[in-house]
Design a protein. Structure first.
Lengths: 450, 311
């Protein structure tokens, strides 16, 4: 299974705790992991190499080696570089009227479905789109577009008797004019970028209809050849944008980076399902996280930094070192964590966990823990050793839990204190893990544990 | 069969040319150097074998180069070919007829991978081998998918069983099996709707097709084949893994190898899951489907059957 970048970095930077900060050597290891992660995400070999070089320079520029949390900082730099490569912000369609859009791509990339989706989106934005069926090759391709047009209430121009694709395009424009449509979408046949006859055909279609937008529709799971595909289509028909499809799958989508890098064309839309409204404008930040397989770990790091008061954290760390950590402190820490958001939203930001349903169970567990602690007296919280059987019974009653729940919490707490004695620094993270949903898996991504 | 085999090589040669071009005629070099090894590394990664395999090959080549600095491109190619051949030793497979007729072949895969076209091509190939296939149009979901297969059936003169758009795919499969039995077809080719492996409900639907077919013949489907697009990268392995876990696969069909992608993902799939590669698709026409030959694939990839290109 594909390891997320944070996991990989976690491995590469493992010695970090001992060293205290990054050495040039483990920086090199880390960058090698970045390269492997990018390649495994289908980023093109050369693009990956150049990217790693940029990250290296950026890390040197920012003196990551001297920072307190180099691992996290590296992740953040990578993410920022990636976002800037994928394009800042979202990119709109041209403003022309009528707006003519030509959709091109390989076989089975999702052109016909995308034509219908885009038509629907434009209709929602108040345009009057017409779809033109220019795929005269694949059996029933015209039927498919007509079906989708009927379903979306969009007119479709088709000519089953014609073998002249540019003529069909021209007739489509005339039909749009007659019907008073102000957006014209041309669905074309799938073609290989090396099929000279078919590439010639789409060039002629382009010359004939003079589109305002030429969109390459590409499967989000494309491999290394994505660069050559995008390059050849761009040279043939001068692309104005890219559409990535099938992103409801679990492909990392590194091809997006390669295609953007090679053509300079913005990625404009993404397809996220088979239904016609499973269609979104493209967000570079989401794509960056996806490629890196790190969920939204960067914003989690940022939020954690914001919500934890430095001074208090220092105080806490001192207490931990002396291991005189008590339930008052525990409660305070819990509240810090809660400031990060609900369990569901935190887990959702973690790599490889976005699909995971937290259910209310873990959330309930945290609430229960809080209730138990709140049912203790201040004295009990400061000195948990005095919690005998009858006190435990009272607490269980007061918090609406069972004595076994209270016992479990105390046991966990005891273990935590033991752990604290052993550890140096990085305490906050370990503690978050210990507190996450009882004995089960931690709530901090493996890569952050280092 | 010879001409078919030739076509297989032609299709692959087209893509291999690309590999060779980009490696700066590397394999034809009389003597390698650091730069050409770097080029080779790029080419290997560009083939979608997966990082592990590409790194393994390049490591072997580097080791050999260190021992013998006079090493030529041909030798490097042979090292790479040997690694791949070894990985693909058990990758070939045939569609042997089952004990009870009809032999049921189920084509599954993600949207647009080439299932419907492959169903038609496979029918064509089976007929050429003397069989009587029946097509079952069980993609009742995608708009005009039934028409697509029906057009193929009419064009090539095959019989087809289909239901209405939106009908229960499993029910169509059941009827098709009965029809095949009654009308004496010895192969039943089931085309199914495309589904991403991440959609649990759609994956569960496939299970229903399997159960319904098993009511007719407990051993059916005899061949559940995943149709994979050669232009995809590492996600192919994830697709195969999940389809295999949830549906139980017997093999793989790799389509669109007539493009410039080298389809290295098939190596990755076979390496991880041990599934054989039954066929490769090399174009959009009925005759563009070939049994997979590991030797032809490897030789074509590394340009081993070609003449040395002068440096
Ligand atoms: N070049 C090429 N195109 C193919 C091949 N197999 C299928 N296609 C094309 O890929 C597209 C999608 O195929 P289709 O059979 O409809 O895919 P499905 O959605 O999986 O049933 C069609 O345009 C086919 O003509 C192949 O081996 N080579
Ligand atoms: Mg189909």
């Amino acid at each position: 299974m594909f390891e997320s970048l944070t996991e990989r970095l976690g491995t590469a930077l493992r010695n970090l705790r001992g060293v205290g900060r990054l050495t040039e050597e483990n920086m090199a290891d880390a960058l090698k992991e970045v390269r492997t992660a990018l390649l495994s995400a289908d980023v093109h070999f050369k693009v990956a190499r150049e990217f790693v070089e940029r990250v290296r320079l950026s890390c040197e520029g920012q003196e990551v080696l001297k920072s307190v949390t180099p691992g996290q900082q590296v992740v953040k730099i990578i993410n920022d570089e990636l976002v800037s490569l994928l394009g800042e912000g979202t990119t709109e369609l041209a403003q022309a009227r009528p707006l003519k859009i030509l959709l091109v791509g390989l076989h089975g990339s999702g052109k016909t479905t995308t034509t219908a989706k885009l038509g629907r989106l434009l209709a929602k934005r108040g345009k009057k789109p017409l779809l033109v069926a220019c795929d005269i090759y694949r059996p029933a391709a015209i039927d498919q577009l007509e079906f989708l047009g009927r379903q979306e209430n969009l007119p479709v121009h088709a000519d089953r008797s014609s073998r002249d694709v540019p003529a069909i395009g021209r007739a489509g424009i005339a039909a749009a004019k007659e019907a008073g449509c102000d957006a014209i979408l041309f669905d074309t046949a799938g073609r290989l970028q090396i099929d000279t006859d078919l590439i010639e055909e789409v060039k002629r279609l382009r010359r004939e209809v003079q589109p305002d937008e030429v969109l390459l529709v590409a499967d989000g799971a494309l491999g290394q050849e994505a660069v050559n595909v995008a390059k050849a289509f761009n040279e043939a028909v001068q692309l104005t944008g890219l559409v990535l499809t099938k992103l409801d799958g679990d492909a990392r989508g590194g091809a997006a980076l390669s295609m953007k890098a090679i053509t300079g064309c913005p990625i404009k839309f993404v397809g996220t399902g088979e239904k016609t409204d499973d269609f979104d404008v493209f967000h570079p930040d989401r794509m960056a996280s996806r490629i890196l397989g790190m969920g939204d770990v960067v914003s989690l790091v940022e939020r954690a930094q914001e919500s934890i008061d430095q001074h208090e954290a220092e105080k806490m760390a001192q207490k931990m070192r002396k291991a005189d950590f008590n339930f008052e402190d525990f409660l305070a820490q819990m509240r810090h964590i809660k400031k990060l958001g609900s369990m569901e939203s935190i887990i959702g930001m973690l790599p490889g966990m976005s699909g995971l349903k937290v259910g209310d169970e873990a959330e309930d567990k945290l609430k229960q823990t809080e209730a138990i602690i709140q049912s203790m007296t201040r004295q009990e919280r400061l000195n948990p050793n005095i919690l005998n059987g009858s006190r435990r019974q009272r607490i269980a009653h007061g918090s609406g839990t069972r004595v076994s729940d209270v016992n479990q919490l105390l046991k966990q707490f005891g273990q935590m204190r033991k752990m604290m004695k052993k550890m140096r620094g990085g305490g906050m993270r370990k503690m978050m893990r210990a507190m996450g949903g009882g004995g089960g898996g931690g709530m901090v991504p493996p890569g952050m544990r280092g | 069969m010879l001409s078919l085999f030739k076509r297989f090589k032609d299709g692959l040669t087209r893509s291999t040319r690309n590999l060779l071009d980009r490696t700066g005629r590397l394999f034809g070099l009389k003597k390698l150097d650091a730069a050409s090894i770097e080029d080779l590394e790029e080419a290997l990664h560009g083939a979608d074998f997966g990082v592990e395999t590409a790194d393994a090959i390049i490591t072997e080549i580097r080791t050999a180069y260190r021992k013998n600095p006079d090493m030529g491109g041909k030798q490097a190619a042979e090292i790479g070919a040997a690694v791949l051949r070894d990985l693909l030793r058990t990758a070939e497979a045939s569609l042997a007829p089952a004990a009870t007729s009809p032999t049921v072949v189920c084509l599954v895969g993600i949207n647009g991978s080439g299932k419907t076209t492959t169903a038609a091509k496979l029918a064509h190939l089976l007929r050429a081998a003397g069989h009587r296939p029946l097509l079952a149009a069980c993609d009742t979901f995608r708009a005009a998918a039934i028409d697509q297969l029906r057009t193929w059936a009419e064009r090539l003169d095959f019989e087809l069983v289909a239901g209405q758009h939106g009908a229960d795919a499993a029910a169509v499969a059941f009827d098709a099996w009965q029809a095949a039995r009654k009308r004496g077809h010895d192969f039943l080719l089931v085309d199914t709707a495309g589904r991403l492996h991440t959609k649990t409900n759609l994956m569960a639907e496939l299970g229903k097709i399997r159960r319904v077919l098993a009511k007719n013949d407990p051993a059916a489907p005899h061949y559940s084949l995943l149709v994979v697009d050669a232009s995809l990268g590492t996600n192919s392995v994830d697709q195969a893994r999940v389809f295999h876990q949830q549906f139980g696969l017997d093999g793989i069909i790799v389509t669109k190898l007539d493009g410039t992608s080298r389809g290295g993902a098939l190596v990755a799939i076979h390496r991880e899951l041990g599934l054989p590669i039954h066929f490769v698709g090399l174009g959009e026409q009925a005759e563009d489907l070939q049994p997979f030959s590991a030797d032809a694939f490897v030789a074509a990839l590394f340009g081993l059957e070609r003449e040395e290109i002068p440096a």
